[in-house]
Design a protein around this ligand. Structure first.
Ligand SMILES: Cc1cc2nc3c(=O)[nH]c(=O)nc-3n(C[C@H](O)[C@H](O)[C@H](O)COP(=O)(O)OP(=O)(O)OC[C@H]3O[C@@H](n4cnc5c(N)ncnc54)[C@H](O)[C@@H]3O)c2cc1C
Length: 316
């Protein structure tokens, strides 16, 4: 990270140059909720993570702008989360963590375009699309993240990817201004969108009129497939590794006999080898040690270097 610069961190370790009084001043005057020393395990699907200096839930987009401006004025780093593709380290996150849970409006626009605020959960958006007989998001059935997180990650399944559904994105830039970005201006890669820096606060998705029963059938079938093949009853962050070209990380890990391997309460899932699950009290350090073991085994046995899909953030 550049000295003195303020940014939305993704995986950077942050060296604090600000005081707790600065943090309090930066989140002053918000109508949304503000929680100091908040345990981040409560914000993640993995149920792992140390404390944040503060977690804010802005009440609306104007408050997101305000937080960005007030943080910028004090050079306090911001981190935005939905919480389902993250391993937050045991030392937590310094600075301000932003959760968009209060930004959850969905509007139908002209044609078959829906506008969803960034904190809308993908399952909620799919439910809305089904009720309005709008097809095109079935590929995302069972992805638990926010629509904003799905844009940033270019979330996907074997049925499709977020980039196929996006028309445009509304962002709050690092100056705290609202800007709209057309999807055509964004480069999407495997589990990555090259967006301008800032916070995604809304997404337009382009769908098409369909037949409700048919949309519902595809979604139900995919949810059934997930229940059969993924450890959905246990805390996890989905797939840990990206699939290497022309292969599957899960296949490689299973073939290496690593299913069930544990460090502390972190375990390579018995049900899906590319998932790691928290059996109760796993720490981030346990998951990281397990990731290290899996990576070196696959490197040694298959000659493949597995890349992380999971984002590891925060302080050790
Ligand atoms: C059971 C399970 C199944 C899953 N299945 C899939 C799957 O099939 N396909 C798939 O792709 N993923 C899957 N995931 C992973 C995850 O749901 C997706 O990656 C999702 O897109 C993450 O969204 P999120 O809101 O939780 O973002 P997070 O995980 O919190 O964040 C991911 C990254 O996006 C950034 N970010 C989040 N919100 C914003 C924002 N508003 N503005 C700017 N940056 C932001 C974060 O800082 C971080 O860098 C699964 C996870 C679980 C637990």
């Amino acid at each position: 990270m550049k000295r003195g610069s303020q940014r939305v961190t993704t995986a950077a370790r942050v060296h604090a140059r600000f005081t707790q009084a600065d943090v309090r001043a930066a989140v002053a005057g918000l109508r949304g909720s503000v929680s100091f020393q908040a345990p981040l395990r409560e914000y993640t699907s993995f149920k792992i993570g140390g404390p944040a200096d503060v977690v804010v839930e802005p009440a609306d987009i104007e408050e997101v702008c305000l937080v960005v401006q007030q943080a910028r004025a004090r050079k306090i780093p911001l981190f935005v989360l939905g919480g389902t593709n993250l391993l937050i380290r045991d030392g937590g996150i310094r600075g301000i963590v932003v959760s968009l849970v209060r930004l959850r409006a969905i509007k139908e626009e002209s044609g078959a375009v829906l506008y969803a605020e960034g904190g809308v959960g993908m399952p909620t958006l799919i439910g809305y699309a089904i009720r309005h007989s709008l097809a095109g998001l079935e590929w995302a059935a069972g992805i638990p993240g926010t629509v904003a997180g799905c844009v940033v990650m270019n979330a996907g399944t074997k049925l499709g990817e977020m980039k196929d559904s996006i028309k445009a994105v509304r962002m709050v830039n690092m100056k705290g201004q609202v800007v709209d970005v057309e999807a055509a201006q964004v480069k999407f890669e495997y589990r990555r969108a090259l967006l301008p820096r800032g916070i995604v606060v809304g997404v337009w998705v382009e769908l098409k009129q369909g037949v409700r029963s048919e949309i519902e059938r595809v979604v139900k079938d995919y949810l059934h497939y997930r229940r059969e093949t993924q450890p959905l009853a246990m805390p996890s962050a989905g797939c840990v590794f990206k699939n290497p070209p022309n292969d599957s990380a899960g296949r490689l890990i299973e073939a290496s006999g690593l299913k069930g391997r544990r460090v502390g309460d972190a375990e390579v899932s018995m049900k899906h080898a590319n998932f790691m699950v928290n059996r109760g009290q796993a720490r981030a350090a346990d998951v990281m040690a397990l990731i290290g073991k899996v990576r070196s085994a696959i490197r040694r046995q298959a000659g493949v270097r597995l890349e992380l899909e999971l984002k590891i953030v925060g302080e050790p």
